[in-house]
Design a protein around this ligand. Structure first.
Ligand code: PRP
Length: 192
């Protein structure tokens, strides 16, 4: 089955349109560009979910006049054990950074923070490497599910208490390439 055919009729409702997401990215970019004006910045995208968030954010920061002196993008890949729709909080490191973190200004970029255990794991891992400054940014936040009090300095959009897909977020690896954030029809979860 081709992905496009599979997506037809699967979306229950759009939660944030691509324009609303772009606007949130621009706002986050303005905040980050201002805070790191004239300084080098390492954006650390958390794969796979943040694949679009970090690339769009990096380009949006570059459009801000008088932003960071340089922007380097790197990736780390983690995955949580869990069922199809909720993570367990047990994090596996699948790919480490290629850039050195020590002495750098680092902003971890997440697509979503839910119970917060993934970000807590990554924050602790990066902090051990003694960055000059370590902050985190989330595009879609679910603060009401937190199991740990992990700081998030840059928050894009509040995410409703639904299982959401699109703009990097998946259901069984599908739907990441939807350009907007969506809630799926209930039958999609029963069809597998
Ligand atoms: C998702 C998401 C975050 C994490 C957030 O990743 O991208 O990294 O879960 O959940 P938490 O706050 O409850 O820990 P996932 O493990 O599903 O992998 P993926 O990014 O490859 O989809």
């Amino acid at each position: 089955m081709k992905p496009l055919e599979r997506y037809d009729g699967t979306v229950e409702r759009t939660i944030y349109t691509d324009a609303e997401i772009a606007s949130a990215i621009d706002r986050l970019a303005a905040e980050i560009a201002s805070d790191f004006r004239g300084q080098p910045l390492l954006l650390l995208g958390v794969l796979k979910g943040a694949l679009y968030a970090v690339t769009d954010l990096a380009r949006a920061i570059a459009r801000v006049p008088e932003g960071p002196s340089e922007i380097i993008v790197d990736y780390i890949c983690v995955s949580s054990y869990g069922n199809a729709t909720r993570s367990s909080g047990e994090v596996r490191l699948l790919k480490d950074t290629t850039e050195t973190v020590t002495g750098r200004n680092v902003v971890i970029v997440e697509d979503i923070v839910d119970n917060g255990l993934t970000l807590e794991y990554l924050t602790a891992l990066m902090a051990e490497r003694k960055p000059a400054l370590l902050r985190s940014c989330v595009l879609f936040d679910k603060p009401y599910h937190r199991r740990v009090d992990v700081p998030v300095e840059y928050v894009g959009l509040q995410c409703p208490d639904e299982f959401v897909v699109g703009y990097g977020l998946d259901y069984q690896e599908l739907f990441r390439n939807l350009p907007y954030l969506a809630q799926l029809q209930p039958w999609v979860f029963q069809a597998e």
